[in-house]
Design a binder for this molecule. Structure first.
Ligand SMILES: *[C@@H]1O[C@H](CO)[C@@H](O)[C@H](O)[C@H]1NC(C)=O
Ligand SMILES: *[C@@H]1O[C@H](CO)[C@@H](O)[C@H](O)[C@H]1NC(C)=O
Ligand SMILES: *[C@@H]1O[C@H](CO)[C@@H](O)[C@H](O)[C@H]1NC(C)=O
Ligand SMILES: *[C@@H]1O[C@H](CO)[C@@H](O)[C@H](O)[C@H]1NC(C)=O
Ligand SMILES: *[C@@H]1O[C@H](CO)[C@@H](O)[C@H](O)[C@H]1NC(C)=O
Length: 325
């Protein structure tokens, strides 16, 4: 009897143990199912952090090695970009919503070191480390990679403010952007015939229309050899493709969203300054450093004055010597 009793006890304990194991396994299995149903990949993780508390809106910029390397006197393009958020009015909190997309390991390491929200872009083994001189093959390829990434971001339901890293943020643009429009794009200059759009700064809402637009835009790379993505978008706009999609688009005024092609004449309204109409990074850093200096003077005096001339960018089209970064 005694032996029998301890025998059944052992069996009962063993069954209980197996039962508990079974339940644990079920739970693991359920967890696995759940995580395959809602995968949180690196991009989603970075987007969630950057969009937190900002109505699903992220600010995105893209850098490669050339943007994080010293161009002389210890300055880098990325540092200057970040400094503009420090000097700008109401722009410091926006850094929490910035996602830096990096095109190579050097840029990624630098981004992590600065404790930003970083995402390392998949580049299919392309070499995107070198400075991409305006309109070189590498430049064009990098721009297409960015269009592909932004399509992915829109598909995931995030609204985007895309900014090039050579854009100084002097005021908070959020209150000036219209969330009822599907897309708002900056321009090189205000109306000189046609749409002189510039994809260095734009705002795009995530919806079916904008996802269709970005898909079409990205697909056009296959039959737009040698064209930069900006010109392809311009063609889509001029050909009435936006209207076909029923997509509402607004162009941002250069008085607020300005650049070197057309300076804002009003420091009391200027929101961003883009080093457009400029060929390479060292010239941009030089001339944008002057923009920040002018801006600091304005903040101290509230006297509207002219911007310093963009001398190095003016020269950048002429030099035969391109700095080896
Ligand atoms: C989010 O959107 C709501 C409704 O449009 C608005 O009231 C609120 O201010 C927005 N929040 C932020 C952080 O922009
Ligand atoms: C925003 O865009 C909508 C749609 O075009 C327009 O009706 C509205 O007046 C705009 N709002 C502002 C503040 O410009
Ligand atoms: C977008 O398209 C999907 C799939 O076709 C549809 O279910 C959804 O209602 C559409 N959303 C809007 C806002 O049109
Ligand atoms: C390029 O391809 C797109 C997508 O297939 C097509 O809609 C467009 O008409 C083509 N453009 C040219 C110039 O062939
Ligand atoms: C380009 O540089 C050369 C040599 O410095 C100069 O003679 C020439 O005038 C410049 N051209 C332009 C368009 O600035």
């Amino acid at each position: 009897m005694r032996n029998n009793f301890s025998g059944s006890l052992a069996v009962a304990v063993a069954l209980l143990f197996i039962g508990v194991l079974y339940i644990f396994n079920l739970q693991n299995y359920a967890n696995t199912l759940r995580s395959t149903e809602y995968p949180v990949d690196d991009l989603e993780a970075a987007l969630r952090k950057a969009a937190a508390g900002n109505n699903k809106t992220v600010i995105i910029t893209m850098v490669n090695k050339a943007y994080v390397e010293d161009v002389g006197r210890g300055r880098t393009m990325l540092d200057l970009f970040l400094e503009s958020f420090w000097e700008g009015q109401g722009t410091r909190p926006l850094l929490d919503h910035l996602m830096v997309v990096t095109a190579d390991q050097t840029a990624y390491d630098r981004c992590r070191f600065k404790r930003l929200h970083c995402y390392k872009m998949e580049t299919d083994g392309l070499d995107l480390e070198e400075e991409k001189i305006f309109m070189s093959k590498g430049f064009i390829e990098m721009m297409w990679q960015r269009t592909r990434l932004l399509l992915d971001v829109l598909r995931r339901g995030y609204h985007v403010i895309f900014t090039d890293t050579d854009v100084m943020w002097l005021r908070n643009p959020l209150s000036q952007l219209n969330v009822s429009l599907d897309m708002q794009i900056s321009v090189d200059s205000t109306f000189r015939g046609g749409h002189l759009i510039n994809t260095g700064f734009y705002h795009v809402r995530s919806n079916n229309k904008t996802i269709s637009l970005f898909r079409q835009w990205y697909d056009m790379r296959l039959n737009s050899t040698g064209m930069k993505e900006q010109d392809v978008l311009k063609n889509l706009l001029d050909s009435g493709y936006f209207d076909q999609l029923g997509l509402s688009v607004g162009l941002l005024n250069t008085n607020e969203f300005s650049g070197f092609c057309q300076d804002s004449s009003d420091m009391g309204a200027v929101t961003t300054v883009h080093a457009n109409c400029c060929r390479h990074i060292s010239a941009k850093v030089f001339d944008l450093t002057r923009v920040l200096r002018d801006w600091k003077r304005y903040k101290a005096s509230h006297v509207n004055s002219k911007w310093s001339p963009h001398v190095m960018c003016g020269r950048s089209w002429n030099d035969t010597y391109i700095p080896n970064l």
